[in-house]
Ligand binder design. Structure first.
Ligand SMILES: NC(=O)c1ccc[n+]([C@@H]2O[C@H](COP(=O)([O-])OP(=O)(O)OC[C@H]3O[C@@H](n4cnc5c(N)ncnc54)[C@H](OP(=O)(O)O)[C@@H]3O)[C@@H](O)[C@H]2O)c1
Length: 323
């Protein structure tokens, strides 16, 4: 009798324990479902797709892409697919970022067909030179797991080395071999561009430079326009100049019912500047890419023009040494 009562008590306890587990796993399941649907919401296709603009070599480039510095391989492998799933197509990396492996994993995991992707990587300073540039691209392709890149840039001109002309010559040959779709440069001044064009006879498709309302880079942009080079903006949110939080930008964000980042990115794309904001956060990735459904008026553009700190606020590419 006693044994039977003990057994019933044990069964009741077991039952309560099981019920608790069922409730707990129900809650866990619900939480899992919530997280999955939030993730699905975050990666749902952008309401307005990212347009492309033509380059001087017959190819075209998405007007907005994902920056990946300073993502680690693990961060890039996670952040690249979320961006691609919502509709980003351009991803900007560099040998120097040491995350090409992670970017490559992210590209593959996304399932987006190769011909819809737009992958940009860069030749690092320590690998400049005719032969070494060719070998460097091979290593980048291997790390990325790709047969070609859409755009290959010389990361910094490093005039002290005096190798950017030879590097570019090698890149033009790699383009002819189909390993690069478009050749470009980064952080080049007018005189670097003039020398390159004169000695190699090819106008780069793109010059990627530091550019935001705080560093508007009017002179070099005017020169790009004159010679048919597309301007691409790095640090488009004015990271170093703390533009998120600037009162002019905040006021405009309020007026347009947008975020400060959207005001800056719209200011760029509205002028035909290709922009590559970096974010590991899917929500910020989404809002950063949601800038193709509104327009800043003339007065707003004029107010943003007052934030330009001039060329002295941008890096001096004649002296900057980064390998
Ligand atoms: N060619 C070159 O020499 C060169 C030099 C530097 C950079 N780049 C390239 O340009 C890309 C962009 O430049 P960047 O990374 O220096 O600067 P950025 O894209 O202007 O700013 C990135 C920073 O802003 C944050 N952020 C992103 N979206 C935001 C939003 N909506 N509101 C508030 N904060 C936001 C990011 O944090 P979370 O990730 O937490 O969102 C990150 O800390 C780089 O990733 C790299 O691919 C090229």
């Amino acid at each position: 009798m006693l044994r039977l009562r003990g057994l019933r008590q044990h069964q009741r306890l077991q039952l309560r324990h099981n019920e608790a587990r069922i409730v707990e796993s129900g809650v866990a399941l619900e939480a899992q479902r919530d997280a999955a649907s939030t993730m699905a919401d975050m990666t749902a296709p952008l309401a307005t797709p990212i347009p492309t603009i033509p380059l001087n070599d017959g190819h075209s480039i998405p007007l907005l892409g994902l920056g990946t510095w300073p993502m680690s391989d693990a961060e890039a492998a996670e952040s690249v697919p979320t961006a691609l799933e919502m509709g980003y197509r351009q991803v900007d990396t560099a040998a120097k970022y040491e995350n090409e492996v992670g970017v490559g994993r992210g590209l593959a995991a996304s399932g987006v067909p190769r011909d819809e992707l737009y992958v940009v990587t860069k030749l690092r300073g320590s690998e400049q030179g005719y032969e070494s540039a060719k070998a460097a691209l091979g290593r980048s392709l291997e790390r990325l797991g790709l047969d070609y890149v859409d755009l290959y840039l010389i990361h910094w001109p490093l005039p002290r080395l005096d190798k950017y002309v030879d590097s570019f010559r090698a890149m033009v040959e790699l383009k002819e071999q189909g390993l690069i779709r478009s050749v470009g440069v980064s952080n080049f001044t007018r005189s670097h561009l003039e020398r390159l064009i004169e000695e190699v006879g090819v106008v780069p498709a793109v010059n990627q430079i530091q550019l935001s309302p705080a560093t508007a880079r009017r002179e070099i942009r005017a020169f790009h326009e004159e010679i048919g080079v597309v301007t691409q903006a790095w640090s488009p949110l004015g990271r170093q100049h703390r533009l998120v939080g600037d009162p002019t930008i905040e006021a405009l964000a309020e007026e347009y019912e947008r975020t400060p980042a959207q005001v800056m990115l719209r200011w760029e794309v509205q002028q035909g500047i290709v922009t590559i904001p970096k974010s590991t956060d899917p929500e910020r990735q989404r809002s950063n890419a949601s800038v193709f459904d509104f327009e800043l008026g003339d007065e707003a553009m004029e107010r943003l023009a007052t934030l330009d700190l001039g060329e002295q606020a941008a890096p001096d590419a004649d002296r900057h040494e980064e390998f």
